[in-house]
Design a protein around this ligand. Structure first.
Ligand code: HEM
Length: 148
């Protein structure tokens, strides 16, 4: 991402409501509206997850200029997500749900900002999926070792 694009995403994030969990509540609402089949994967009470999701997003957005340093933690998060049942296509649903949630809470919005956000979220999702792929490959290797 260009420094200008990162700056727009950071300014947009700063302009979102400060009340904890407003964004994540809107995000989950939107994700379950478009993909109701994902709801049972999550705990009934989303309160604590909303806090975790919002802190993770805030950490990544604030450090968008040093995304290289976050590759490994994001890969680890993606590997964890296998156990929670997240499939690759679900990440596209999550990406669009997050964009809709941000758009619905943003005082100003245009095509440039939407492209910036899509780019930023893609930069989060890619290492998560890479981490999931590595985890799967390692599981295959471990089993392959049993074959001798
Ligand atoms: C933008 C992409 C995503 C981000 C940044 C993200 C972030 C997170 C974070 C930070 C947690 C909490 C981890 C913890 O408590 O240690 C979490 C949990 C979880 N995520 Fe995601 N996630 C993403 C996409 C997805 C997708 C696509 C699914 C699809 C099913 C998903 C399903 C879950 C589930 C089921 C949990 C655990 C709920 C539980 O505590 O049982 N996530 N996610």
């Amino acid at each position: 991402m260009t420094p200008e694009s990162i700056a727009r995403v950071q300014a947009s994030f700063e302009g979102l409501p400060r009340d904890a969990r407003v964004l994540s509540a809107r995000f989950y609402e939107e994700m379950f509206r478009t993909a109701p089949a994902l709801r049972p994967l999550f705990p009934a009470d989303l309160t604590s997850l909303q806090g975790h999701f919002e802190s993770a997003l805030s950490l990544v957005v604030r450090n968008m200029r040093e995304l290289e340093a976050l590759q490994q933690p994001l890969r680890d998060l993606g590997a964890q997500h296998i156990g929670w049942g997240a499939r690759p296509a679900d990440y596209l649903v999550a990406r669009e749900a997050l964009i809709s949630a941000i758009r619905s809470l943003s005082p100003s919005w245009d095509a440039v900002l939407e492209a910036d956000w899509r780019h930023a979220i893609t930069a989060i999702v890619v290492p998560m999926l890479q981490g999931a792929a590595v985890e799967t490959a390692l599981a295959a290797e471990r089993l392959a070792a049993e074959l001798g």
